[in-house]
Design a protein around this ligand. Sequence first.
Ligand SMILES: [Zn+2]
Length: 393
Amino acid sequence: MYAIKVELKLNNKERTLMRKHSGYARFVYNYGLALTQGLYASGVKASIAKQINEVKKVFTGYTKKQPENQWMNKLSSRVYQQAFMDLGQAYQRWFKGLSRKPVFKSRKSGDSFTVYDGNGKVLTTSGKEIKIPTLGTFRLKETLLCRYVTQTFTISRQANKWYVCFAVDADRIPPTYHPEEAVGIDLGVKCFATLSDGSQIEAPLPYKQAKTKLGKEQWRNRNKQFGNGRQGIKQSNRAKRFFDSLAKKHARMVNQRQDFLHKTTTEISRKFYRIRIEDLNVSGMAHSRKLSAAISDLGFYEFRRQLTYKSEFFRTKVEVVDRWYPSSKKCSICGNRHDNLKLYDRIYQCQNKSCLAHTITMDRDLNAAYNLLNAPMDFVRQAQPEITLVDKK
Ligand SMILES: [Zn+2]
């Protein structure tokens, strides 16, 4: 099972519809949470599933029929059903110690809702449109290349963009043939990745520029009236506009980086069977805060995470070379150790005068990539997929 997420191309009317449904889902979730909390306070001992079931009955039999709640009848009933299910799951996660106690959702927690087709699985059409059960047909920004069987659709907003995500009930057939046997990858600040086959991958430049620009903008707007709910101070219009544009730019930057990392890791996983990377230890690697910020910005951790989780799909072997292994100091030809190598030395020149790398100098990162590729087995371990309780967005 895997998920597909595509951007929707909405007009204003459709956007309003999506916002209304998000509001509806939020309302129902909070409604259910308030009532179950009330039940708990009055000493009801029934299981949470039973409680939610009762709450649901009150909602459909009474609350939904009130004249002030007529607006709900114009919206998809699948949304409230899913919202109750989400609440149940939030409670279950809490009981299992996987997350914190369910809290009320506010508008600030973002817009998202899920439509679950209770009638069974549906087949989407290929092309630039998607039919979401009970909501209608919407245009897409990109083309769906084939038809998918699915049952749940999650619609969410990120800054000003709306996405639909659906889980596909199938396995992708992995390409198990790899044209190349093995590769060592050196990650760096100057050049994002240097591969032992001599190729280099540069991080997208616009990302770096955008980040600097964003920081400046935040600084310039530091005196805006951001508002304070407790003190009853309203947010100024300019501050609101500023935040909207900030969110947009932020989302764009994150997308750019994510896009770059996904493309790179997929390409590498397709090409090579055995992938060796250095263990990441930012604190050990750089004492300078600037450098470590650059490293985390570039997404080294994310790079490794993606390679590791894609290994199952592409049937690759991702290996981590111990950080005590002197991959950058060692000469990849004669094995001589160059202890005076500075961080800013971009070129590796072997100190051993009879070595080939003494006369013909090498790119420092390429030398490191070779070393990673040929690291002895006692320095190498298999990369483990990280277990995160709540997957970061
Ligand atoms: Zn040498």
